[in-house]
Design a protein around this ligand. Structure first.
Ligand SMILES: NC(=O)c1ccc[n+]([C@@H]2O[C@H](COP(=O)([O-])OP(=O)(O)OC[C@H]3O[C@@H](n4cnc5c(N)ncnc54)[C@H](O)[C@@H]3O)[C@@H](O)[C@H]2O)c1
Length: 416
């Protein structure tokens, strides 16, 4: 097979993962890296020297990369800030270039829908980097759903505590932001670090292949302990078009780190999937028990392999715009339900110093919500929002109807 010609935007942050995967795919002659755009080249002298020696064209500007290399490129890979996903993807599609773009697909639902239209007009493909849905464990759960082995899902829920230090919020200009100029960002655990796990739930809740269930109403509570524009702690419940109740509890201010854990309570079985290598147990109501995990799979690499296979004419499983749409719809509904982010009172926040890096004498810091781990575990087990529990900072919000919802924000209200 002819190698697929890639362009790449970015070399640092998550773009380093993309660069490393592409380097391996170039070595095994599956891909060729034609060009890279990095707007801070001074930070990447060594990799850029190496790339130049390998004949890769280097640009500072994405538009220039597209203009110069358009004819040579099959696909561009876009591991860039979330507010850039749609404008950058559309620029490539308009030049007849396929796109592999990072998650989330877009910030607003109207942007997802206009992107679907642009993709249709272009006749090109767009692959979204929600790599979790390519993991063997999620695929097996989805297969059981499609085959009717789990029956209808009554409840699907997830909890995750991933403490994030100050340096997480200062790593780039958009982290912790609701907006960048006139563009929405809506950064936060549901739209960034734990977006995969939200997307997984919509994906497996649908019994239809290559489709996600769609949220039809949502009630969310957004809180912040960090002095950021957006939220660092969220709980939400949502009704899906499959009749399923979905619950999502996530925070960057937990006392300890506990990885995302998903439970599915279905008509014929209960499923628990852990973050650790996708370790999954299915307890069937008839007494059978099934265990599986992700084995040696590398879903991040699989995103590339699947895109390449599709461009070479195979119909390989991938995360389409349609699959990823429900996660963006959910995040928009979340901010509609809770337009004002609630402040956690300072008396309930503990500031903790940690080393900037392992063995470093430089310090970073964490914000920890007092007693939070017990609260989030209880919320998850009892399927209650924080405002429905005995939590002094819990604040209730309105249920928001997502039927026929096509524009964020729905009214000219002030968010933040
Ligand atoms: N799939 C995953 O597991 C995963 C994990 C982490 C982050 N992400 C996603 O990766 C994306 C990037 O996140 P990040 O925090 O690394 O972002 P970032 O803004 O820090 O950018 C990454 C790199 O791209 C460069 N860059 C950014 N915009 C550019 C532009 N317009 N032109 C040229 N170079 C540019 C930056 O200098 C940096 O080197 C986000 O969409 C995020 O959601 C995905």
């Amino acid at each position: 097979m002819k190698p697929v010609n890639f362009g790449l935007v970015g070399l640092g942050g998550y773009a380093k993962v993309y660069h490393d995967i592409l380097t391996e795919l170039v070595e095994n002659k599956t891909a060729r890296l034609i060009a890279v755009a990095e707007w801070q080249p001074e930070k990447f002298n060594d990799p850029i020297d190496k790339l130049k020696r390998a004949g890769v064209k280097i640009f500072k500007d994405y538009d220039e990369l597209l203009a110069v290399c358009e004819k040579e490129l099959d696909i561009v890979a876009l591991p860039v800030g979330i507010h850039l996903h749609v404008p950058f993807t559309i620029k490539a599609l308009k030049r007849g270039i396929h796109v592999l773009c990072e998650k989330p697909v877009a910030v607003t639902i109207q942007d997802v829908d206009s992107l679907i239209q642009e993709r249709e007009k272009s006749g090109k493909m767009v692959f979204i980097g929600f790599q979790e849905i390519l993991s063997p464990s999620i695929r097996q759960i989805k297969e059981r759903m499609i085959a009717g082995e789990l029956g209808k899902i009554h409840t699907i829920k997830l909890k995750g505590g991933w403490p994030r230090p100050k340096s997480y919020y200062t790593r780039n200009a958009w982290a912790g932001k609701l907006r960048m100029g006139t563009n929405w960002v809506l950064d936060g655990p549901a739209h960034n670090a734990m977006a995969h796990y939200l997307n997984n739930m919509f994906y497996v809740a649908s019994p239809l292949p290559s489709q996600s269930a769609v949220p039809i109403s949502i009630q969310a509570e957004l809180y912040r302990a960090w002095p950021i524009e957006t939220y660092d702690t969220v709980c939400l419940k949502s009704k899906l078009n499959t009749g399923t109740d979905l619950f999502f509890f996530a925070s960057h201010c937990s006392e300890t780190e506990f990885h995302p854990e998903m439970s599915i309570i279905a008509e014929k079985a209960t499923v628990i999937r852990k973050f650790e290598n996708g370790a999954t147990t299915i307890h069937y109501n008839d007494g059978r028990k099934e265990n599986f995990d992700d084995g040696t799979a590398n879903p991040r690499r699989e995103v590339f392999v699947s895109a390449i296979k599709n461009l070479q004419g195979q119909d390989a499983h991938h995360c389409s715009l349609e699959i990823a749409r429900s996660q963006t719809l959910c995040v928009n509904g979340m901010h509609e339900s809770c337009p004002k982010i609630f402040e956690i009172p300072p008396s309930e926040i503990i500031d903790k110093e940690i080393p900037l890096a392992p063995n470093s004498t430089e310090v970073d810091s964490l914000k920890v919500i007092r007693g939070f781990d017990a609260m989030i575990h209880q919320a998850y087990y009892t399927e209650k929002l924080f405002s429905e529990m005995d939590i002094k900072w819990g604040r209730s919000t309105q249920l928001f109807n997502l039927k026929d919802y096509h524009h964020f924000p729905s009214t000219d209200f002030s968010i933040g």
